[in-house]
Design a protein around this ligand. Sequence first.
Ligand code: ATP
Length: 582
Amino acid sequence: MEYQILAEFYDFLEKTTSRIQMTNALVELFKKTPKDLIDKVVYLSIGRIAPEYTGLDYNFSEKSALKALSSVLGISEHEIQKKLIETGDLGDAGKILYEEKGIKPQKKLTVEEVYDTLRKIAETTGYGSTKKKMDLFVSLLKKASPLEVKFLLRTITERLRLGIGDNTIMDALAVAFTGSKESRAIIERAYNITSDLGYVASVLVKEGLEGVKNIKIQIGRPIRPMLAERMAIPSFILQKLGGKAGAEYKYDGERIQVHRKGDTFYLFSRRLENITHQFPDLIEFLKKATPEEYILELEAVVIDPSSGAIRPFQDLMNRRVKYVTRFHIMMYPIAGFLFDIMYLNGEDLTLKPYPERRQILEKVVKTTDRINLAARKVVDNVDDLERFFLEAIENGCEGLVCKSLQPDSIYQAGKRGFLWIKYKRDYKSHLADTLDLVVVGAFYGKGQRAGKFGSLLMACYDPETDQFKTVCKVGTGFTEDDFNKLEEILSKHQIDHKHPRVNSILTADIWYEPYLVLEITGAELTLSPVHTCGWDKIKLNRGLGLRFPRFTGRYRFDKRPEDATTEKEIIEMYKNQIQIKV
Ligand code: ATP
């Protein structure tokens, strides 16, 4: 197949504004395409060389393209630059210059040759790769017509942008090879479970619709993610889900789809990029906690290993680096909260209802310090839903994902629907100041801090009742030295029951008499079902809690417990928080 056919098709598409015309043109193109080229034509038409999850890109800059053009045309880069400024597009500049120079292609370019050469360019990496890539591209330009040059230049610089979406391709495939759009659902399902339109097209032309129906989930090919709808009113959420829902914490981290077969792991991001290299630590944790062959989904967050507390999303962003080092792994420890399983030991689970999938997940995962299941509660009334929502916020989450428990609650790959409904906080606010809070209790830590405390229960002071009322659990911001120092100080104030002046709903593992004041910062104050500061004063049966609390490093030895921030001040701070609508 001549590449000129593709170039003319692209040229036509560039001029059309009608989706119907675009689909029709694609149908014609697909019909003309030899069977063994269909996948390549699909990839090239969406400006790629392989599905996105392979991460295969040309990595060829505009500057290199300009150089290649200059060497083929025998003119200076400056001259090309001038044409580029005139036309605003390198492809157009190349085409005009080819025409002006009257360049005659040495040979006809075929789609096979273009594809194979572009693929080699994409696969060439390492020492000397710039020169090798350049030589390969020059070899294509030498054989190209002016129109082909235009699209080769746009392709290599990743600016093809014909605007052909997945849906248009699927429509065109259905019409071209099955005669109508009726088969579209089958094609779409195959795409949703493989994320590879080229592959689906190739099966369709070679094996027909039956072949597409038989496409199975495969380890290494990401499943397109199921997405949630959003609703803001809990009673509506429950109603929509049939009066009952599996409410899960909505962790604010990075969604990761994990594929495992023995010791081989693939990790895919929400956008289905291959991010396996970014989480070597997570893979080690998963090896210990999960079975040998599966595809599952989790939300990765950064935690404080000693308390298990979730750290803010910004901390996770520090893991978004090209090369993850021991430093990143140590400074930003990862934990995974598993929330779905789509495949297990050769069996596709996506068509099983959610309660069954969750049950399977619970059965096959051996939870550890770092690998846990998403916290979940089955709720059937607004009060429970709200309480669980506030608890989620309190624990550093964004809110809840409420999931359908109905028999039709399948894993809807690639779809946003009401089988999952997210319930998030609508407002974001900022804490204007730090708080000076009193240590009144502690909770045992995990991992290295097992048997010792991992987080501290902190309280404000209420002069009216002469009570210390809790505001947060803090496990973040402490160095190893801090832990040693705190142990030494606090051991002298340990008591075997809650201090009578402490007003707490939470039951600490260790209690202290109110003595030590620490400076604590946090993201914001929120309504809380478990902290007693401001109880009933803003909302019935709710207090105020501090989100993402962190020790600033300042010991307020200069303050007595009664000099701590007061309940009244905290209520004021809550009211004064700047409310920004998201
Ligand atoms: P958002 O920006 O709200 O995260 P989104 O478009 O990325 O939205 P949605 O499907 O709308 O995705 O919302 C669900 C997202 O919440 C998932 O993509 C996932 O990353 C995250 N998440 C966290 N915890 C869970 C959970 N328990 N179940 C499902 N998704 C969860």
